[in-house]
Ligand binder design. Sequence first.
Ligand SMILES: Nc1ncnc2c1ncn2[C@@H]1O[C@H](COP(=O)(O)OP(=O)(O)OP(=O)(O)O)[C@@H](O)[C@H]1O
Ligand SMILES: N[C@@H](CCO)C(=O)O
Length: 303
Amino acid sequence: MTFVQGPVRVRVPATSANLGPGFDTLGLALDLHDELEAEVAASGLLVEIGGYGDGEVPLDERHLVVRAMRATFERLGKQPSGLRLSCTNVIPHARGLGSSSAAIVGGVWLARELVAGGRLLLDDAALLDLAAQLEGHPDNVAPALLGGFVISGQDADGSFWAVPGSVDPRIGAVVLVPGSPVSTEAARGLLPADVPHADAAANAGRAALLVAALAGHPEELLRATEDRLHQQYRRPAMPESLALVEALRADGVPAVISGAGPTVLALTDGPGSVTTSELLARCPDGWDARALAISATGAVVVH
Ligand SMILES: Nc1ncnc2c1ncn2[C@@H]1O[C@H](COP(=O)(O)OP(=O)(O)OP(=O)(O)O)[C@@H](O)[C@H]1O
Ligand SMILES: N[C@@H](CCO)C(=O)O
């Protein structure tokens, strides 16, 4: 196995998981991208960060992108003698926009590109499986890899799968991002071990409806984004976000907690619509709001 000379650069989209009823299974890639560049060096490890995470995340072997790269090199059979990594991060951390999945997908993708013939040694299905193992669930890494709307899951043998769904081109998103983080670990810690059968049944119906609503029935999005499995349980960690979701939904806006929160995701009929500007105007003080298109592509090499 040989390494490629010179740097490789990739861009990876932010993602919004769950989308209401699709806990750990539905996810959407958004038009907001981290860029990562890496190259094999003679020795050592050098990590540089611009944007989110600068001064916060470790710059050594504990760095999430480095951990994902190491796991991928391990799978491919050889670690490089040294490594240089540069990250330009625009996806906010611990806000429910898939920053950890973007880091993991960026890492596995970079490592595979740095190995000559890497795509033959580790195909896309194996890359998804590795990324989902590192993240623990597939609903962010799958759209970060594939782009668009993706349905994903895990089989009884532990392997992960992902199937792309279609999105009506009229549909866009507004994200309302609180100033303070909530880690996915903390938000998952609030979930109960068991849920009422009626709640599980309601979510199954809504998740199925959401696939059809996104594909071409935006008028069903409000009904299709109802959730009973995770959002209410997470209220103690993000009360303002839950209150905003409820207020928007009362006004007919299909709003949900994005991923593990605390960001609020509202689906719209498209950037530039009245709904989008009204939503941007409802951004609470101290939060950040932006309209984002759906990213049709997942991780790509930047030339
Ligand atoms: N680009 C990055 N580089 C290094 N570490 C990162 C990067 N992005 C995220 N992380 C690590 O992951 C943590 C955030 O992950 P977490 O799963 O809590 O939230 P998230 O991925 O932003 O949101 P969600 O999973 O709900 O969409 C950060 O605090 C940091 O430790
Ligand atoms: N499905 C995950 C997404 C966040 O990583 C959760 O809600 O915990």
